[in-house]
Design a protein around this ligand. Structure first.
Ligand code: 13P
Length: 286
């Protein structure tokens, strides 16, 4: 069933577990992720980021996400990930996404506050929830070009700034930077759990971890137990599919597209199930 993002996150926040938010770029992703959530009786979030629109257009993906959510036996929220403008957030809301992220993390603080507040006003008027980001969750530079190093404190979310940002904008959840990066890590990162605890202590609001793929099991658990109520996962699902297709093509005597579709669904399901179990949201469907 389609359930509000805020409800799903607040329950996770109170229950000390996290919900997986999986970037779904295809029908196979959606089917696999929903299957994993239903088998494990877990809430889940289907999401699509603006940078993914060129190959997974929002207009085509939204009806599929919504239908899958409505038909599902478990609570599902449909979320716009990394909206880059007020206009994209408005478009996503019109298409039925029940939560949107405005990502102004690279903007000066005041401008991030201004646009995020505008998005919150618009979204709240129609019952849609809003996530925003403070601090910089960088990019590993997929394919090994980046340093994979986000250990410098100046990109971390500032504790005091997080409190004023939440108060000034009225958001429903805050994405934070504690050493997490999007994409393939070169080495397993060590997240700054101490900073997470300080942000959690200062604010009574569900927190979001972006760049979930490649995080250690220990850090995932520490996050889920210290205020992270949503973990974004994209790369891990894509890598699982690529690996499965490579194996299939290497062994199949008569490779064909239909079998590849099944493999993509299976890999999506397995990767989602692995994360759902780690995040401890098994049997948390309500
Ligand atoms: P990963 O690709 O590193 O899992 O990050 C996903 C993400 O944070 C999407 O917003």
């Amino acid at each position: 069933m389609l359930v509000s993002y805020k409800t799903i996150l607040e329950k996770a926040f109170e229950g000390n577990y996290a919900v997986g938010a999986f970037n779904c770029l295809s029908l196979e992703n959606v089917i696999g992720v929903i299957k994993a959530a239903e088998k494990l009786n877990s809430p889940v979030i289907l999401q699509l980021a603006e940078v993914q629109f060129p190959y997974s257009p929002m207009e085509l993906m939204a009806p599929m996400f919504l239908k899958a959510a409505h038909e599902s036996k478990v609570p599902v929220a449909v979320h716009l990930d990394h909206g880059q403008s007020f206009e994209t957030c408005a478009k996503a809301i019109k298409l039925g996404f029940n939560s949107v992220m405005f990502d102004g993390a690279c903007l000066p603080y005041e401008e991030n506050v201004r646009i995020t507040s505008d998005v919150v006003r618009m979204a709240k008027a129609v019952g849609v929830d809003v996530e925003a980001e403070l601090g910089k969750v960088g990019d590993t530079g997929d394919g090994g070009e980046g340093t994979g190093d986000a250990s410098t404190a100046d990109v971390f979310t500032d504790v005091e700034e997080s409190a004023s940002f939440i108060a000034e904008t009225g958001i429903d959840a805050l994405a934070i930077a504690i050493g997490n990066l999007h994409g393939n890590y070169i080495a397993t990162p060590k997240l700054n759990i101490q900073r997470l605890k300080e942000i959690r202590e200062r604010n009574n609001l569900p927190l979001v971890l972006h760049g979930g793929s490649g995080t250690s099991e220990e850090d995932f658990k520490a996050c889920a137990h210290n205020g992270i109520a949503k973990v974004n996962v994209a790369t891990a699902v894509q890598m699982a599919i690529t690996k499965k297709i490579q194996e299939y093509l290497a062994t199949a005597t008569k490779p064909n597209y239909i079998d590849m579709k099944w493999k993509m669904m299976e890999a999506s399901e397995e990767a989602a199930a692995y994360h759902i179990e780690l995040f401890e949201s098994v049997n948390k469907a309500f």
